[in-house]
Ligand binder design. Structure first.
Ligand SMILES: Cc1cc2nc3c(=O)[nH]c(=O)nc-3n(C[C@H](O)[C@H](O)[C@H](O)COP(=O)(O)OP(=O)(O)OC[C@H]3O[C@@H](n4cnc5c(N)ncnc54)[C@H](O)[C@@H]3O)c2cc1C
Length: 345
């Protein structure tokens, strides 16, 4: 049995803690905020899980594995938090042909969807859709609560809310003036991991707008899929409402590089810019129910997500990209593998 310290109670930390606890290890989860923390990047009504990654066969196979692990977590936690509505990606005929080729090579299902099948959604000119039935909407807050409930009841787990980690060394973290020893440490502080340690990352802030559909479309939206690569620059996406959540839209057009998470800007102009994007037919019939800013951290070199080894026993999820929620079980698997190997002990 190993001792594992997890810094950060977002999706990465919680899924990893569950995996390690189930394998019989002793786990301490530390978060400077509440557990779960409403200020974490993971805290939201929903997040998309896309399995099909056009032109990325390995990535598609990995996300298919992540999808299976989410289904296992759902049974373990006895809570429904995976909405299996699928995800549609808009593409030109050439892009769709490549997407089907990727699906075939990765052995995941994919079907064609005509824009007419999704009348409330505006498809960019010259595009149609590929439907990824393995894709899903993850009810993020519902998962976080269920995960914390499971961990709190597990005898091998200690949850330490309100505990800011101020330093990390091989085999230990410093928190509240105390040094906590561990065989393996995972820094899963989301966009704040970089304040603690790790390779350089670039911070991005992105605005999301939550909408209430008109009542005559409520039933249609209840079974609608997520949709991506729409909008003026084909960099917008939407997550459908359902199971108590609102419709959410966002776009790369409202993603900006920032120096710190602390210097909040006025989201108003960004929200207006987002609402002007051609995403929804009859957009004026939708009621704006809220807006939210959220931060990504991208690897300065590759722009992608990173799991970095900082010391023999210390791993850091220093960058978290647009698939960081859905991919959390893959990080957990990697860390558990290291713990089991006792590579770091
Ligand atoms: C606009 C936007 C939309 C997104 N949409 C999607 C999507 O549709 N699908 C998807 O898969 N992903 C999506 N993502 C990415 C995803 O949300 C994140 O990658 C993921 O939630 C990160 O989770 P995490 O657990 O790594 O970090 P977080 O959820 O940020 O958790 C980090 C925790 O660490 C704690 N912490 C930080 N520093 C310390 C410290 N020093 N001491 C103690 N505690 C500390 C924080 O308090 C926090 O609770 C989106 C991101 C953004 C910005």
């Amino acid at each position: 049995m190993a001792a594992v310290a997890v810094v950060g109670a977002g999706v990465t930390g919680l899924v990893t803690a569950i995996g390690c606890a189930r394998a019989g290890h002793r786990v301490t989860v530390l978060d400077r905020g509440a557990v779960p923390n409403p200020a974490s990047t993971s805290s939201d009504q929903h997040r998309a899980l896309r399995v099909l990654r056009p032109d990325d066969v390995d990535g598609t196979a990995r996300m298919a594995e992540a999808r299976r692990r989410w289904a296992e977590l759902e049974s373990l936690l006895r809570t429904d938090f995976v909405r299996p509505v699928g995800v549609v990606t808009a593409g030109t005929p050439d892009e769709l042909a490549r997407a089907f080729d990727t699906a075939r090579q990765a052995d995941v299902p994919a079907t064609a969807v005509a824009p007419e099948a999704l009348p409330p959604v505006l498809f960019p000119d010259g595009t149609s859709g590929v439907f990824d039935p393995g894709g899903a909407v993850l009810l993020a807050d519902r998962f976080l609560r269920a995960a914390v409930g499971w961990l709190a009841a597990h005898p091998g787990v200690t949850l330490r809310p309100g505990c800011a980690v101020t330093g990390v060394q091989d085999h230990s973290v410093l928190a509240d003036g105390e040094e906590l020893q561990a065989d393996v440490v995972l820094l899963a502080g989301g966009p704040w991991t970089r304040d603690l340690a790790g390779p350089p990352v670039v911070l991005h802030r992105q605005t999301m707008v939550y909408l209430r559909p008109p009542s005559h479309l409520t039933k249609w939206w209840a079974t609608a899929p997520g949709v991506g690569r729409i909008g003026a620059e084909r960099s917008a996406w939407l997550l459908p409402p359902g199971d108590g959540t609102l419709l959410k839209i966002s776009s790369d057009a409202v993603c900006r590089e920032v120096a710190t998470t602390a210097d909040a800007d006025d989201p108003g102009p960004w929200a207006r810019r987002l609402l002007a994007e051609p995403i929804l037919a009859g957009a004026e019939d939708y009621v704006v129910a809220g807006t939210k800013d959220c931060h990504y951290a991208a690897d300065a070199g590759t722009g992608g997500p990173v799991l970095a080894r900082l010391h023999p026993s210390v791993w850091a999820r220093s960058a978290c990209g647009g698939s960081g929620f859905g991919a959390a079980p893959l990080v957990a698997r990697e860390i558990l593998g290291r713990v089991n190997d006792k590579e770091c002990a």
